[in-house]
Design a protein around this ligand. Structure first.
Ligand code: CUK
Ligand code: CUA
Length: 682
């Protein structure tokens, strides 16, 4: 840093907080900082540069120069918007979290697989319950999920800000969320398996959403003893067809590919030079079946014996051709390309990958696939060109299921020793790759070679630096860091353990998102913010430029149904409010506007069925009304313009005060009414 003592000291802190002072520092550096000038004042510390009050605050709080710089890089004054939005999986919460960057302010939690009462999701509204219905597992309601990997829709390999998908590892489900209103529109249940992990990943134009499985099982859903593991248990990957115009996965165009009973892991789609392909890692190619209760080696030992597992390489066009040629079988009513066809038709090839692999990440140009071995200190980089050449040459070997296996040496481009427990890799615009190191609790920066070698001065395929993180990092996410053009700005380390970072809140500790500044080169890669995450264990996140998202301020028209995207047949305008009886079903057509519902009294009889339609007729930003009905498990959130329906049976007579749950105006408490249920005999 350079001296800025010539500026009015008292003004410095104020400027810092209202402008991006980093830029100010840079500007001053350009105008007055001449490192070759022997007469220039020695570089002052950041504290030394601060004016009166600011300096004493920094001293009182014990802030170091690095702390002050970090604060200046992340502090976001009131009313100032963030430059990026991070979509983070919510792990066990079954939700997605939207976090502004660099402020790391939590902006929203999107209810996906789990009912959520603020958004009125799965708490009485017909629309949300219809979405959750799609996620039934063997007919049963499952009201939570284990979200792992969000995937923003892409156009030509760039995030386009239209939709985001995520998976539920616990039940093999995939959800579609619209970024017009940040609401879940669809949940699909994978019909042939019960767990997934290589999900969700999209092809460069989001025609396909990839869902790779995890724990092999009989795809029929039938019982088979574990002794029949190799014969009857199978892995799978599913290609869900996304209909962008409809904003839904088209299940009728979707299909699966049967795989050996290896435990398939993370997947990634090819892009640019590798467009048309996707890859999935795997572990437990040993096909260990555990059983430590009988003295057998536990899974952790049995599944880690071999030196190599298999990266699965898929050809999308050949898979579609096989499907179109009718080479599928129906399993649980779903078309599945049998393993023999996948092997014989060039749909699937295997590539050896070292020691309990985890991540599989394709470089921005699509030239390379980076794979980490959890028990190998290297990242292994495969050349896509070499894979194509090896496939063309005809692999000499197959696995025990007849799937062709390429020779490791034929397809490897490089290996870089990065440290202990490498997992996941992201990219920037300077030819660096970043890999999380679980055991080292660090993020490694290393250089790519080939077409990336000219982007920085460092030698290709070499480790440059590591930044310590706190602690046990799983995924990392860089700004647009898995697209065809990463921004190279911020990187978030999604740490599993937080130990000594935050005030103790009992034995269940939050996770820790640490923000790293990766704009510099070489060894400069500091941690600049810690964000505790006390809501499930996030896995992956994607970070998109905020100006790519064009969310609605209010719903486009009064009476809008967010699920159908059309005017709801029960939409009610001011003056149209009414209660209509149709047999023993009573329809309530209600409006909500500050600060009253109309009608305020609704009278029915015990034994009736009520269909209650509420339209928020507001057009003002943020003028949301809620609707709570005591005893009926109903909590609705009705955004401006929206029409929502809730239905319930009226089983007891009595008097039920309903009210608005959003503090919408000064007279919000008066926004209430009475639901009067007469005894059936009256
Ligand atoms: S996984 Cu959690 S750290 Cu589900 Cu992507 Cu690797
Ligand atoms: Cu509407 Cu409170």
């Amino acid at each position: 840093m350079v001296a800025i003592a010539t500026l009015n000291r008292r003004k410095i802190w104020a400027i810092a907080l209202t402008m991006a002072l980093v830029a100010v520092f840079a500007a001053v550096a350009c105008s007055s900082g001449d490192e070759d000038d022997p007469t220039a004042a020695p570089a002052a510390s950041a504290q030394g540069q601060l004016g009166g009050d600011a300096k004493s605050i920094a001293e009182r709080r014990g802030l170091s120069d690095a702390d002050i710089e970090a604060a200046l890089k992340t502090f976001t004054p009131t009313g100032v918007m963030d430059e990026y939005l991070m979509f983070s999986s919510g792990g066990h919460s079954g939700q997605l979290h939207v976090i502004g960057m660099p402020s790391m302010r939590l902006l929203k939690t999107i209810a996906v697989f789990t009912p959520e009462s603020w958004q009125g999701y799965g708490i009485g509204s017909n629309e949300s319950e219809e979405v959750l219905e799609g996620g039934r597992v063997n007919g049963d309601e499952v009201l939570w999920g284990d979200t792992h990997h969000p995937a923003l829709t892409e156009t030509a390999g760039e995030y386009d800000g239209e939709f985001v998908f995520t998976n539920d590892k616990a039940n093999a489900r995939v959800a579609v969320i619209s970024l017009k209103d940040f609401e879940t529109k669809q949940i699909v249940k994978n019909p042939i398996t019960l767990s997934d992990h290589g999900a969700t990943m999209v092809t460069p134009n989001s025609e396909w959403v990839i869902e790779g499985g995890q724990y092999a099982m009989p795809l029929s859903g039938d019982y088979a003893p574990i002794s029949d593991y190799q014969e009857k248990y199978r892995g799978m990957v599913t290609m869900w067809k996304f209909d962008r115009a409809a904003g839904r996965i088209d299940t009728t165009q979707s299909f699966a590919i049967e795989l050996p009973p290896y435990w398939q892991d993370l997947c990634d789609a090819g892009k640019l030079v590798s467009e048309g392909w996707f890859v999935c890692g795997s572990f437990n190619t040993e096909m260990a079946t555990g059983g430590n209760q009988d003295g057998n080696p536990p899974f952790e030992a049995g599944a880690s014996q071999a030196d190599m597992d298999y990266l699965h390489v898929f050809n999308i066009e050949k898979a579609i051709a096989a499907r179109d040629a009718g080479k599928t079988v129906q399993i649980q009513g779903f078309p599945v390309i049998p393993l023999e066809v996948a092997a014989s038709d060039g749909i699937l090839h295997l590539v050896p990958e070292p020691k309990s692999p985890h991540g599989a990440d394709v470089t921005p140009g699509g030239e390379y696939i980076v794979v980490s071995g959890k028990l190998d200190p290297h990242v292994t980089i495969y050349s896509f060109d070499k894979i194509i050449a090896a496939i063309a040459a005809g692999p000499a070997e197959t696995d025990s299921f007849g799937v062709p296996v390429l020779a490791f040496d034929d397809v490897v481009e490089a290996q870089v020793e990065v440290g202990l427990g490498p997992l996941h890799t992201q990219f920037d615009n300077k030819g660096y790759a970043y890999t999380s190191l679980f055991l080292d609790s660090a993020v490694a920066r290393w250089t790519l070679g080939g077409p990336y070698a000219s982007l920085n001065p460092d030698p290709e395929w070499s480790l440059i630096t590591k930044t310590q993180v706190h602690y046990n990092v799983g995924h990392i996410a860089a700004a647009e860091g898995d697209t065809v053009s990463p921004d190279g700005k911020y990187l978030v380390s999604l740490n599993k353990w937080s130990l000594d970072r935050f005030n103790l809140v009992g034995p269940l500790l939050p996770q820790n998102f640490q923000l790293l500044d990766i704009e510099g080169t070489g060894e400069e890669m500091p941690v600049i913010y810690d964000m505790p995450v006390g809501f499930g264990e996030p896995h992956y996140a994607q970070i998109i430029k905020a100006d790519k998202i064009h969310a609605w301020e209010v719903y486009p028209e009064i009476g809008f149904n967010p699920l159908t995207g059309e005017i709801d047949p029960s939409a009610t305008l001011a003056g149209e409010e009414r209660v209509e009886r149709d047999g023993n079903t009573v329809h309530v057509y209600m409006t909500a506007v500050r600060s009253h519902f109309t009608p305020e009294h609704v009278t029915v009889k015990e034994g009736d069925h009520v269909a209650w339609h509420i339209t928020n007729i507001e057009r003002g930003l943020d003028a949301t009304h809620g609707f709570a009905m005591p005893g009926k498990n109903v909590s609705l959130s009705i955004e401006p313009g929206e029409t929502i329906t809730t239905e319930f049976d009226v089983t007891d007579d009595g008097v039920f005060p309903f009210y608005c749950t959003e503090f919408c105006s000064a007279l919000h408490l008066e926004m209430a009414g009475y639901f009067l249920v007469e005894p059936s005999g009256s």
